[in-house]
Write a protein that binds this ligand. Structure first.
Ligand code: FUB
Length: 321
């Protein structure tokens, strides 16, 4: 299907699309060439700040506005480096940017920064969210106003360093028929500054209700996203080293979610990471690839492609061209 490169002027990735006040906002990671070598822990992703982009009307053609830097790592007291994926949620007229970064001990946590407008600037809190770890937050506001934070990523995202929210002495990455490491979800406090509960595992099951195994083409790796369609909760994610975007559907924000299939075939570039949003009555998949940088993993470009469902609510699989 025909897609659009959203912002050819700069390298950006991990787009979190949200509609605020009738305008579509995209909160990406901001890639750059730091000179760090490629490694399996993502040491080549040395992002230092976040921008926000916005566009009106038709995402396939509308001009894109870059509102500039909304948060810089040097302004976050607890964070040293690697400003990875982020997402923004609105509650009671304020905007909360939840982001992942490494602290001065090389450990990923999630932080919060607050703004009066979707365009920022966002003012960071002094400390990370208590009980937060790993990467790739997605903040989802349900129709009753409750905000849920989904997060986690294996390998360089450090999810394998924890079990039941406790740091392990010895990490273990499940494989094959073992139980996979799930994404996590926690309801946020009313002020959206902390988790209101210990995070829970996001269980993905097959059509018989049996938990999926850790086999690579299906298992959760990173890039959690939640959206709602016809009253159902769609949890989507990346399979990382097998490079698929997949999804699973449930009846409530905590799951379990029944695996449904692939949303997007692998793109050029190692990572694949996305968001799904409805805007002016149409659905879109926002993602990135490395075609413009000639497959340079750490220089990714934002894309958008229309998304559709069949009559049973299944997402029609896409290939982004
Ligand atoms: O952008 C850095 C990392 O790459 C993200 O956190 C992952 O989801 C992957 O896209």
């Amino acid at each position: 299907m025909k897609s659009r490169y959203l912002f050819p002027k700069d390298y950006m990735a991990d787009p979190s699309a949200n509609v605020f006040n009738g305008r579509l906002y995209i909160y990406p990671s901001h890639d750059w060439d730091s000179g760090e070598c490629f490694d399996d822990d993502g040491g080549h992703f040395q992002m230092q700040d976040y921008h926000v982009l916005s566009l009106g009307d038709d995402p396939m053609t509308a001009p894109v506005t870059d509102h500039g830097v909304i948060l810089d790592v040097k302004d976050v007291p607890w964070a040293e480096k690697q400003m990875w994926d982020n997402d923004v949620v609105e509650k009671n007229g304020k905007y909360y940017l939840i982001f992942s970064a490494k602290d001065y001990n090389g450990v990923f946590h999630l932080g919060v920064a607050v703004s009066e407008t979707p365009e920022g600037p966002f003012v960071p809190k002094a400390d990370p969210i208590r009980g937060s770890y790993s990467i790739d937050p997605c903040v989802f506001k349900d129709e009753d106003g409750s905000v849920y934070c989904y997060f986690g990523g294996i390998w360089g995202g450090q999810l394998q360093w924890y079990k039941d929210n406790k740091a392990l002495k010895c990490e273990h990455l499940p494989e094959g028929n073992e139980t996979p490491l799930p994404s996590r979800v926690a309801k946020m406090t009313d002020d959206v500054l902390q988790f209101s509960e210990a995070s829970r595992p996001v269980l993905i099951v097959d059509e018989n209700g049996k938990p999926l195994t850790a086999d690579n083409p299906h298992r959760f790796f990173e890039a959690s996203w939640m959206h709602k369609y016809n009253g159902k909760y769609y949890f989507s994610y990346s399979t990382g080293d097998t490079h698929y975007l997949c999804y699973a559907v449930g009846d409530n924000p905590y799951g379990p979610f029944t695996y449904k299939g692939v949303i997007l075939e692998p793109v050029v570039g190692w990572t694949t990471h996305h968001s799904i949003a409805e805007f002016k009555g149409k659905w879109y998949l926002f993602h990135h690839d490395c075609v413009p940088s000639k497959d340079t993993t750490w220089l990714r470009s934002l894309k958008v492609i229309p998304l559709s469902y069949d009559k049973d609510g299944n997402i029609i699989k896409m290939k982004s061209e």
